[in-house]
Design a protein around this ligand. Structure first.
Ligand SMILES: Cc1cc2nc3c(=O)[nH]c(=O)nc-3n(C[C@H](O)[C@H](O)[C@H](O)COP(=O)(O)OP(=O)(O)OC[C@H]3O[C@@H](n4cnc5c(N)ncnc54)[C@H](O)[C@@H]3O)c2cc1C
Length: 266
C-alpha cells in the first residue's frame, strides 16, 4: 500500500466539496472493491473520502410505488429488510446471493452500481426494473447510467445518493454464480408489468450489463415458453475467460432466462 489521505465526512455537501477540491480523490463506501484495487496498484487516489458516516445516505423507504434505497445501505440490510421482502422480493433475494457474509455486511448498493463490474448483480436489477439513480446533481435512468465495463454516466464530482426501484411483483433474478466469488457467471433479471417486459443480463457481455431487447420484444409480443425458447443469445461479444468460453456463457444466459420465466409464472 502507498500513502494517501483519508477523510471521513458527515454530509453530502462536504463529500462533494472534497471531491471538487481534489480531482485525485475517490469516494470510499464499503471498500470491497476499492481497497483491493489500491492494494494491487490498479488505482492510486491521493485521498479517500469515506461517506459511511453520512446518515442521509443510509435508508430504505417506500415512496410512490417505489422502493428507494440510500447509496451506503449494505447488501445485508437490503437482504434482510422486511419492506423489501414483502414488496420486492426479487431484490432481497438478489442481495442475499451477493458474495459472502463479510462482503454483504461491508459492500454497499451505491458502491456496487458506481463500480459497474460486468459480473455484478445490482446493475441487472437496476436495468431489469427500470430504476432511477439519484445523485447530488440529477436523476439518471438506469438505461443511461451503465455505459460500459466499469464505466458509468457519473461525472468526477458526482455521488450516488439513492436508487429508486419500481415495485414490480412479477420480477425475478436468476444467476449462475461463480463458485468461488459468487459473482455472476450469468445472471438474468426479468420483470413484467402491463406495458413492458424487461430482461437484463449481467456476467456475460464484454461491455457489461445490457438489456436483451430481442428477448424483451418476443416476450412482450407473446408471454409464453415457446416465444422465450425461440430467442437464443449469440456468443458474439460474450466474455470468454478461464471460467467459461463465450458459447458456454451464452448458453448459461439462455438457461437463466428460462429459469426466470418459469419463476415468474410459478
Ligand atoms: C470476495 C468478493 C465477492 C463479491 N461477490 C459479489 C457478488 O457475488 N455479486 C456482486 O454483485 N458483487 C460482489 N462483490 C462486490 C461487492 O458486493 C461490492 O458491491 C463492491 O465491491 C463495491 O461496493 P463497495 O461499497 O465496497 O464500494 P467501494 O469499494 O468502496 O467503491 C467502489 C467504487 O465505487 C465508487 N463509489 C462508491 N460509492 C459511491 C457513491 N455513493 N457514489 C459514487 N461513487 C461511489 C468508489 O469511489 C469506487 O470507485 C464481491 C466483492 C468481493 C470482495
Amino acid at each position: 500500500m502507498y500513502q494517501f489521505n483519508y477523510k471521513k465526512v458527515e454530509t453530502i455537501e462536504e463529500a462533494v466539496n472534497e471531491l471538487s477540491a481534489n480531482p485525485e480523490s475517490k469516494i470510499l463506501a464499503g471498500g470491497m472493491t476499492l481497497i483491493p484495487t489500491m492494494k494491487q496498484r490498479l488505482a492510486s487516489p491521493e485521498q479517500l473520502i469515506d461517506i459511511r458516516n453520512i446518515k442521509e445516505l443510509n435508508f430504505i423507504k417506500e415512496e410512490s410505488n417505489n422502493i428507494v434505497i440510500g447509496s451506503t445501505t449494505n447488501h445485508y440490510t437490503v437482504a434482510s429488510s422486511d419492506l423489501i421482502k414483502n414488496k420486492l422480493s426479487s431484490l432481497s433475494r438478489l442481495a442475499e446471493g451477493i458474495g459472502d457474509p463479510h462482503v454483504r455486511n461491508m459492500g454497499t448498493i451505491g458502491g456496487a452500481i458506481s463500480n459497474n463490474d460486468p459480473t455484478a448483480d445490482y446493475p441487472a436489477a437496476c436495468l431489469g426494473l427500470g430504476a432511477t439513480i439519484k445523485t447530488n446533481k440529477r436523476e439518471i435512468s438506469a438505461d443511461d447510467f451503465f455505459v460500459s465495463l466499469f464505466e458509468t454516466a457519473l461525472e468526477e464530482d458526482e455521488i450516488v445518493v439513492s436508487i429508486s426501484f419500481p415495485i414490480i411483483s412479477d420480477s425475478i433474478y436468476m444467476k449462475f454464480p461463480n463458485p468461488a466469488s459468487r459473482y455472476a457467471m450469468a445472471g438474468v433479471f426479468m420483470s413484467k408489468n402491463t406495458s413492458e417486459v424487461r430482461v437484463a443480463v449481467t456476467g456475460a457481455s464484454e461491455n457489461g450489463v445490457f438489456r436483451w431487447t430481442e428477448m424483451e420484444s418476443s416476450l412482450l409480443n407473446d408471454w409464453s415458453k415457446s416465444s422465450l425458447e425461440e430467442v437464443k443469445l449469440s456468443p458474439e461479444g460474450i466474455m470468454s475467460d478461464i471460467h467459461g468460453n463465450s458459447e458456454y456463457r451464452a448458453n448459461l444466459v439462455n438457461i437463466m432466462a428460462i429459469r426466470a420465466f418459469e419463476g415468474i409464472n410459478e
